[in-house]
Design a protein around this ligand. Structure first.
Ligand code: A3P
Length: 305
């Protein structure tokens, strides 16, 4: 590959090598460190430059953020870090140059992106992102907070099988039906509250809210909105997707340079444990006013009620 990069004469070849970088990055799993991604592509790095991301997927955890990023990477004008850098929440003291160095190289006209879903609920993140650039475009994938909470719980349960039941964790006082808002699986879903923090620094026009539900039922339609928001040509269309019956989710038809179609990994689209209907109803009642506030703030009705 170094050989190819050195002999690189024209933009077609550049494009093809950038595609290959994309595929190497796609192979990097969720859990790996961003630095590993950077090392894995260093052999291709004879061109372009590392820039701060012009767009960030800031949330929400379990909203469908991995699906969105992987779909976006089909676009030739998008380059993204595979792993979650967690700069604006965990590693801010490492400094902006450390962060920039994690980014893939891009050519003029290409957009640098990253996704770290915990930014949306991090109090300091809006100020910090604004400090990097007030022009940063922010994408939030939102999903019904009730199913999001169950999805979040399912993820924790998969790492810790001894975890108490959902209903044990969700109530502060189960006889009075009080919801425990200190449990992060609940707190993250109060979208209106977190959005307020972002709106103190960014105008609403700088944010795009992607429906996690529609990303599953109509990925091409939702990707159309995302490409428009990013000022990209609509390259990602319904011809890129098919619905995989076994997985129960949309998957990518053979991505360029690959011989097989590609679905997200096993940790995405996991079966959820059964939770008693009355528990879910109580949680739905809890979220209703926050959801309505969120619809008002965004001017979008996500249809969760
Ligand atoms: P579940 O595993 O609970 O179903 P994130 O990437 O932000 O962690 O979100 C994970 C969620 O993305 C999954 O939650 C799943 O519902 C959703 N998702 C959306 N599109 C998907 C796709 N094409 N393949 C797999 N999961 C997808």
């Amino acid at each position: 590959m170094t050989q190819i990069a050195r002999e690189l004469p024209g933009s077609t070849e550049l494009h093809s090598i950038l595609q290959q970088i994309g595929h190497v990055q796609q192979q990097i799993s969720d859990g790996e460190r961003a630095q590993d991604v950077d090392n894995s592509i260093s052999v291709f790095n004879n061109f372009g430059s590392k820039k701060f991301p012009q767009a960030i997927i800031i949330g929400v955890k379990k909203g469908g953020t991995r699906a969105l990023l992987e779909f976006l990477r089909i676009h030739p004008d998008v380059r993204a870090v595979g792993a979650e850098p967690h700069f604006f929440d965990r590693f801010y003291d490492k400094g902006l140059e450390w962060y920039r160095n994690l980014m893939p190289r891009t050519l003029d006209g290409q957009i640098t992106m990253e996704k770290t879903p915990s930014y949306f609920v991090t109090k300091e993140a809006p100020r910090r992102v604004f400090g990097m650039s007030r022009h940063t475009k922010l994408i939030v994938v939102v999903r019904d907070p009730v199913t999001r909470a169950v999805s979040d719980y399912t993820q924790t349960l998969s790492k810790n099988p001894g975890l108490p039941t959902f209903q044990n964790l969700v109530f502060k006082n189960s006889s009075r039906g009080l919801i425990d808002t200190s449990w992060s699986a609940v707190r993250i879903g109060i979208y209106a509250k977190h959005l307020e923090n972002w709106l103190q620094f960014f105008p609403l026009s700088r944010l795009l809210f992607v429906s996690g539900e529609r990303l599953v039922t109509d990925p091409a339609g939702e990707m159309g909105r995302v490409q428009d928001f990013l000022g990209l040509k609509r390259v990602i269309t319904d011809k890129h997707f098919y619905f995989n019956q076994t997985k129960g989710f949309p998957c990518l038809k053979k991505p360029e340079g690959s011989s097989r179609p590609r679905c997200l990994g096993k940790s995405k689209g996991r079966p959820h444990p059964h939770i008693p209907a009355e528990v879910l109803l109580r949680l739905r009642d809890f979220y209703r006013p926050f959801n309505l506030k969120f619809y008002q703030m965004t001017g979008q009705d996500f249809g969760w009620d």
